[in-house]
Ligand binder design. Structure first.
Ligand code: ARG
Length: 469
């Protein structure tokens, strides 16, 4: 069922209806209207219009008096919108025309001069860029918050031993801090992706006009500077049809969400009683309506789920741009929902992750116990045979395999085998080997750069702190 807007008799559109005898059909108006979505651009639209009007006056394209009226009027409209009192009209299509019409209501003819040397095409490109640029800043700040929270947890757990996994099989003992630092580094790459995107997008499209520039003697550099851009965009036609900046933002967001989904997945596993590595606070879990014992990690599951949504948003944008001829086409109005949704999902997901990481309780004894299950110190044994007895690694690996098999048969851990047991497989082995068979020893000995030994990890934490400040 369609919910047509029922304005009385169709009349020609107030802002572009000069060549029209009649107004648009109801279906045309409903389809065309984007005000429900693009009102989120209001503050940016006003900021860009104020810069444009200031430039028009300094270039003597409009009078100083008109520019002052426009600027005052726009400042009032800004306040009106922020207080929620602005009447958004569907008949006026979008945020640009809503604001312009309101300006004219307030300041009269001066308002009708604002659109000189400008088109909605360069206007929307500029507004949207300002919005996405801020979205990049917000994303970076929220990622850094999460990184700092991970680092706080890491600082507490440089000696907390847990198993690492490859193929979901127990691999080698690591510290919990080391595991968390993996995410700090991953998120560092995300920050750099948003930072790159921001730097690349920071050119101002305003003054490109509808497609080909303008005959008015405008100063694009002035507008660019006032809006905090590095410079004006170079080609007017590219400027009004480019949405790479939106794709860059959503692509960076999708990669970030992939990373968050990996941490979310681990949180889900770690907090299940079968693992019992961590417990989430009650406030960040939910119960089941049927099973009273439940403590479900819904927030983490939703982050995992929202990853698909943000990745879908990226696909929407990419498909929107595919084979789109130059320059502006109305298809481009569909660029905003995926970007705005991405922003909202990112904000929720980053806050939820930061809250979970900051408030979980860590069950260190359980982690330590699991760190030695599954023969995780077998690599240590093989390395020791190479280092102490000069056995070639391939032979050491084979002998260690036999040791593991023996431990399996006896149903004991490697450190629980007797010296006689070990000597039946490696005659020259001596009691010194027991120093390396504990999970703690295995962790302490991995001192290579980037390794899990506590000193190395403390150094990495210090470096990460430096990068973040
Ligand atoms: N609401 C439009 C959008 O978001 C503004 C630009 C309209 N331009 C035009 N030539 N009709 O894309």
């Amino acid at each position: 069922m369609t919910n047509h807007t029922n304005d009385d008799t169709p009349k020609a559109h107030a802002l572009w209806g000069g060549r029209y005898a009649e107004g648009p059909a109801a279906i045309m108006r409903d389809m065309n209207a984007s005000i429900g979505v693009d009102q989120r651009l209001a503050a940016d639209d006003i900021q860009a219009s104020r810069a444009h009007a200031t430039m028009l006056a300094s270039q003597k394209i409009i009078s100083a008096e008109d520019a002052r009226k426009i600027d005052d009027g726009l400042a009032q409209i800004d306040a009106e919108i922020k207080s929620g009192k602005f009447p958004m009209s569907v008949a006026l299509e979008d945020i640009h025309m809503n604001i312009e019409a309101r300006l004219t209501e307030r300041v009269g003819e001066a308002g009708r001069r604002l659109h000189t040397a400008r088109s909605r095409n360069d206007q929307v490109a500029t507004d949207f860029k300002l919005w996405v640029r801020r979205a990049c800043d917000d994303a970076m700040a929220a990622i850094v918050d999460l990184q700092k929270t991970l680092l706080q947890q890491a600082a507490l757990h440089t000696e907390t031993i847990m198993p690492s996994f490859t193929h979901w099989q127990p691999a080698q003992p690591v510290s919990f801090a080391f595991h968390l630092l993996a995410y700090v580094d991953m998120l560092g790459r995300d920050v750099s992706r948003f930072c790159d995107a921001r730097r690349r997008m920071n050119e101002c499209p305003l003054g490109s006009g509808a497609v080909a520039g303008t005959s008015f003697p405008i100063d694009r550099a002035q507008v660019a500077q006032q809006l905090g851009f590095d410079r004006p965009t170079a080609n007017a036609m590219d400027s009004v049809s480019d949405r790479d900046f939106a794709i860059d933002y959503v692509a960076a967001a999708a990669t970030l969400m992939l990373h968050l989904s990996r941490l979310a997945e681990e949180i889900i596993l770690w907090s299940t009683p079968a693992f019992g590595f961590i417990q989430l606070p009650e406030a960040l879990t939910t119960g089941s309506s049927m099973m009273p014992q439940k403590r479900n990690p819904d927030a983490a599951e939703l982050v995992r789920g929202k990853t698909s949504r943000v990745t879908g948003n990226l696909m929407s944008l990419v498909m929107l741009m595919k084979a789109l001829p130059l320059a502006y086409n109305k298809d481009l109005q569909e660029d905003k929902p995926p970007v705005f949704d991405t922003y909202d999902q990112l904000a929720l997901s980053l806050s939820a992750m930061t809250a979970m990481v900051g408030a979980w309780t860590v069950n260190a004894p359980r982690m330590a116990d699991m760190a030695e299950a599954g023969y995780t110190t077998a690599t240590e044994l093989a390395d020791w045979l190479v280092q102490e007895l000069a056995i070639p690694f391939r032979d050491a690996h084979h002998m260690t395999g036999q040791v593991v098999r023996l431990a399996e048969e006896k149903n004991v851990r490697l450190s629980q085998l007797s010296l006689e047991d070990l000597q039946r497989i490696v005659p020259r082995i001596h009691a010194g080997v027991f120093h390396v068979l504990s999970a703690n020893a295995a962790m302490q000995r991995r001192r290579s750069f980037g390794g899990t030994a506590p000193d190395v990890v403390r150094q990495a934490i210090a470096e990460a702190h430096k990068r973040l400040s």
